[in-house]
Design a protein around this ligand. Structure first.
Ligand code: FA5
Length: 338
């Protein structure tokens, strides 16, 4: 019986080695290990053997079974890997090939999103003015989004920002102002920087309010910075992006992280639109960032980029912007790539 098991093993290994596909491997092993397979039959017949034979035959049969399974597994893996490698050689598409005659092809191509177009222009104008471009994470902690911006827990100003809270206590940043804190943490003044990016608010959407939109944060800390500097920078920025002289008006407003604080409206081709919040950086915010407010002062602003895009293209409803509707997006063909 032991010899029979040896020869079954040899036969099985030969079959596995000769298999050309993973299915062949399964078939080759099935003949030995399947329900009616030869090795299984040996195992089933052990009861009929002389008692002293049962132990050694049982042990050997199990060893043979394991050896066949192991060889089959290795061969199967090798064949699958080889088949996948071959696919890479044979199953590829030449995207540069012209279509066969008679096929109509959508040649409209992609367009750069109107928000991205304006973001890129803002970046160019800001770099031209000598400002650094900074970046910050979308997932923020409470301290950077609120606490260090002079909005402690239970402060009523938290109600101004309907917040998407995450289960771990972090949040989706509700504005780009946390980048102010990150800028102060990363080095001493002077700081002359902007950060442009996506922000999120859990709010009712309407024609001028989205729950996912974009802001550009300006943050300027130096000696003897005044509201005049701030207005100059903002007006230069807006005129460059809107392409003509614009009227701006400042209204006193309240943001906990600036004092005094303002909202700036812009009149462009007729209507006034609220575009941004701004002001002189609150001494508490400077202190939270490790900066001495008796020596340094600064201004900050946060501007809604989507609103700027609406002004520029006379878009009546902000919700078009993030809709992903190609009929809308294809109208903005400037900056098409390719
Ligand atoms: C802020 O977010 C302040 N962080 C701005 C700031 C920065 C003030 C630095 C002072 C100093 P506010 O919530 O007002 O403020 O938003 C700023 C701008 O973002 C608004 O003027 C508007 O243009 C835009 N905005 C706000 N909410 C929405 C919204 N739901 N959809 C689209 N744009 C919005």
């Amino acid at each position: 019986m032991l010899e029979r098991l040896e020869s079954l093993l040899a036969e099985a290994l030969e079959g596995i080695e000769g298999a050309a596909t993973a299915a062949d491997v399964d078939q080759a092993t099935g003949r030995f290990l399947g329900k009616k397979g030869a090795v299984q039959e040996v195992l089933r017949s052990i009861g009929k053997l002389a008692p002293e034979e049962r132990g050694p035959v049982g042990k050997k049969a199990n060893e043979v079974k394991t050896a066949i399974e192991r060889a089959a597994g290795l061969r199967r893996d090798a064949l699958i890997a080889a088949a996948e490698a071959e696919l890479g050689e044979t199953e590829w598409v030449d995207t540069t090939m012209p279509p066969p005659p008679g096929y109509s092809v959508d040649r409209t191509g992609g367009t750069i999103h109107p928000v991205t177009q304006v973001v890129r222009e803002l970046e160019d104008v800001c770099v031209g003015m000598g400002l650094d471009l900074l970046d910050g994470p979308w997932i923020e902690d409470d301290e950077h989004n609120f606490g260090m911006l002079n909005i402690p827990p239970d402060h009523p100003a938290r109600d101004m920002h309907d917040t998407f809270w995450l289960s771990d206590g972090n949040l989706l940043r509700t504005h780009t102002s946390p980048v102010q804190i990150r800028a102060m943490e990363s080095g001493p003044p002077p700081i002359r920087a902007v950060a442009i990016g996506r922000v999120f608010r859990h709010e009712e959407v309407d024609i001028t309010h989205e729950n996912t939109f974009h802001q550009i944060e300006g943050f300027y800390v130096d000696r003897e910075v005044s509201v005049g500097h701030m207005i100059y920078v903002l007006q230069t920025l807006l005129e460059n992006v809107l392409g003509e002289k614009v009227d701006v008006r400042l209204r006193p407003s309240y943001f906990p992280f600036v004092e005094p604080g303002f909202e700036m409206d812009v009149r462009f081709q007729g209507d006034w639109m609220e575009l941004l919040g701004c002001g002189l950086v609150h001494p508490r915010v400077l202190r939270a960032g490790g900066i001495d407010p008796d020596v340094w002062s600064g201004f900050a602003f946060g501007l809604g980029v989507d609103r700027l895009v609406m002004l520029r293209h006379d878009i009546e409803d902000i919700r078009h912007l993030m809709s992903g509707d190609l009929r809308f997006l294809r109208q903005f063909r400037e900056g098409v790539e390719g």
